[in-house]
Design a protein around this ligand. Structure first.
Ligand code: 13P
Ligand code: SF4
Length: 334
């Protein structure tokens, strides 16, 4: 986590996490009550635990979540996701209180691009425009011209004049995918997501032999060798929609396994197999996303802590890159 993230208000974080939740409480009921009482909205990423998804007001991918954060009229945004997502919501709605159930819910991809190192890297390419995947710190967004998500990345790159050189940060796998897809020769920062690089090519190949009719679907944060074998590549929302419209009955899903909850809910007649990791642990679960629990969500709403705060200069200098992304997405009908 960046120095900025660490500097965000950790007020009483320890104390409130130490609080015990009365086991007789119906947390679903309590959370619904707090939502109404405080005019709060819960935004949850698809990688959250199923029970958090079930109580959320909106479940989506990074683009959908930023769009909701920008337009909500709630007084409090409770972000069931990771730190960079809550920071983005704060940048888009600085007058609102933004809560994150566990401040330590970081992101290996965001951490792989420290702003001080990126600033030096950028100085080597003074004529380049910086496009950053939204999975980066608020401070990195101050060094970025346009943000993108996996849903709109191709549109964003294609909206930039062909003769304009580009630096793409921080995800090298998404970057390589975009170079291939758009034909643009971009300078890539060498960062990656620990969850999307853990899949085992051998185990997936074996699964595909065992399930010859299954389609392999993958998130573009996965490595190139896996993407080459995929029948479909898309953001979490893109993957979900593909499974809904596809006539196939079986899917091997190469992304964080939290998305399976919505896939199974919307297509109960289909079979979804999480792509196996290259070891025996549940490494296709994001440990950062999974730091949030229903108990922490309840405590965070009850105590309105921990809260995301950002220095004014970060909001002022970083917000334009997100606004630009939202504008291009709206023009493309995304
Ligand atoms: P999307 O939400 O854009 O699909 O990205 C996935 C991800 O890794 C979020 O952390
Ligand atoms: Fe970050 Fe990867 Fe977890 Fe997404 S899945 S929050 S990119 S570590």
């Amino acid at each position: 986590m960046s120095s900025l993230a660490v500097a965000t208000k950790q007020l009483d974080q320890k104390g409130y996490l130490d609080l015990e939740v009365d086991p007789t409480l119906d947390l679903f009921e309590e959370i619904e009550r707090l939502k109404k009482e405080k005019n709060a909205i819960i935004l949850a990423h698809y990688y959250q635990e199923s029970e958090i998804q079930d109580i959320a007001d909106y479940i989506g991918d990074s683009l959908g979540l930023s769009q909701q954060a920008a337009k909500t009229d709630a007084d409090i945004i409770v972000f069931a996701g990771v730190h960079f997502m809550a920071e983005t919501a704060k940048m888009l709605s600085p007058q609102k209180k933004v809560l994150l159930p566990d401040l330590k819910a970081g992101c290996s991809l965001a951490d792989s691009c420290p702003p001080n190192l990126f600033r030096k890297f950028k100085e080597k390419y003074p004529d380049h425009l910086v496009v950053s995947y939204i999975n980066c710190t608020a401070e990195l967004k101050t060094l970025t011209d346009i943000c993108c998500t996996s849903t709109n990345a191709v549109h964003i790159i294609e909206s930039i004049p062909k003769d304009q050189p580009i630096i793409f940060a921080p995800d090298i796998n998404l970057g390589r995918y975009l170079v291939k897809k758009t034909g643009r020769d971009m300078v890539l920062w060498d960062g990656s997501c620990m969850v999307h690089e853990i899949f085992s090519a051998e185990k997936i190949a074996r699964l595909m032999m065992q399930h010859p009719d299954a389609l392999l679907i993958a998130h573009p944060e996965c490595e190139e060798h896996l993407l080459e074998k995929a029948h479909f590549i898309g953001s979490t929302t893109g993957l979900l929609k593909f499974t809904q419209r596809s006539e196939a009955k079986e899917f091997i899903v190469a992304t964080e396994s939290g998305i399976l909850h919505q896939m199974e809910k919307s297509s109960p007649d289909k079979v979804f197999i999480p792509a196996p990791p290259n070891n025996t642990c549940a490494c296709n679960e994001c440990p950062h996303m999974k730091r949030n629990t229903l108990e922490k969500l309840y405590l965070c709403m009850a105590h309105e802590l921990p809260e995301i705060t950002l220095p004014d200069w970060v909001i002022e200098q970083g917000r334009a890159s997100i606004d630009r992304m939202l504008q291009i997405s709206a023009e493309a009908g995304l």
